[in-house]
Write a protein that binds this ligand. Sequence first.
Ligand SMILES: Cc1ncc(COP(=O)(O)O)c(C=O)c1O
Length: 362
Amino acid sequence: MVPLRPRPGILEIEPYVGGKAEVEGMANVIKLSANEAALGPSPKAMAALRAALPVVHRYPDGGARALRQAIGARFDLDPERIVCGSGSDELIQLLMRAYAGPGDEVLYSAHGFLMYKICALAIGASPVAAPERDLKTDVDAMLSLVTTRTRAVFVANPNNPTGSHLTPDELARLHAGLPDDVLLVIDAAYAEYIGGDDYTTGQELVLRAGNVVMTRTFSKQFGLAALRLGWLYAPAHVIDVLHRVRGPFNVSALAQTAGIAALEDHEHQERERANNDRWRPWLAGQLTGLGLTVHPSVANFVLVGFAGADGRSARAASSWLERQGVLARPMGAYGLPHCLRISVGREDENRAVVERLREFVA
Ligand SMILES: Cc1ncc(COP(=O)(O)O)c(C=O)c1O
């Protein structure tokens, strides 16, 4: 009998392990392990979900027209150049499948979002990780690794888990150094938490170039991670390709309905953003005060370095926190075993994680 085998690359994949959500025997945990919205979903989105329940026997609008129009109106984009997906994870997979394949190379930075490597291996391509400088994407290192086999470059801006970002000039330089037939995907999952001239989602690059795509999500500031809703903005020819490869009903009706309502709930978005603006610097300051290394972050989390060799003390800190019902994210899978990533939570949660770590370092 011929043994059944998956295609080459698949068995090299380390399955993605999401942020822990439970501790056995504990009813209430503080979950700061997945960069979710600290203040929960928008009340308007919850009301819209309840109102939509009686029609869940109907298929959703496969083209997500109303949602695309709402996104377009909100971000001043042409709805025809938007595709929605089941989380931006799905869109990353679709882009990968459509533009790369066996024998091709997919480039990303060494501590970049894990799904780039996973998706590259899943399609049989070779993942290529460019070294970073000070835990930040190094444009020159990335460009030096582009070969004739490179088909796509993925950059999270800002990056998860490092929290660092490329400036508009750096992003433009990365794009300028790429051949026209290489796809540049700018993953702006945390864009809603950031402002100022020092940051761009890359949407202007999408408009003027033929090989740039920007991906976004409703899982972070919009607080809809469980519904799985992401979107991307791309040139017309990429949109055409994605409509050919995506599932016909890839975004559920509930996700579409909640997404529209969440977009309209400006008050809730403002609260979430203000919570992050207030508590991320506080968290960073307090943890630095404990003697820990806090890497500068513009997103809704901080990456915290522990001094112990081989990640021993980060692991110990993670177990200590867990025993007290506080969940942070160990970073071994990202090649940062000496770090924990801690999401910004509500005030009580932020105070709790600092107190537990104060006890730990003591
Ligand atoms: C940089 C980055 N991109 C994409 C995603 C995936 O988000 P989604 O929930 O939209 O699939 C995440 C989730 O943590 C992320 O950190």
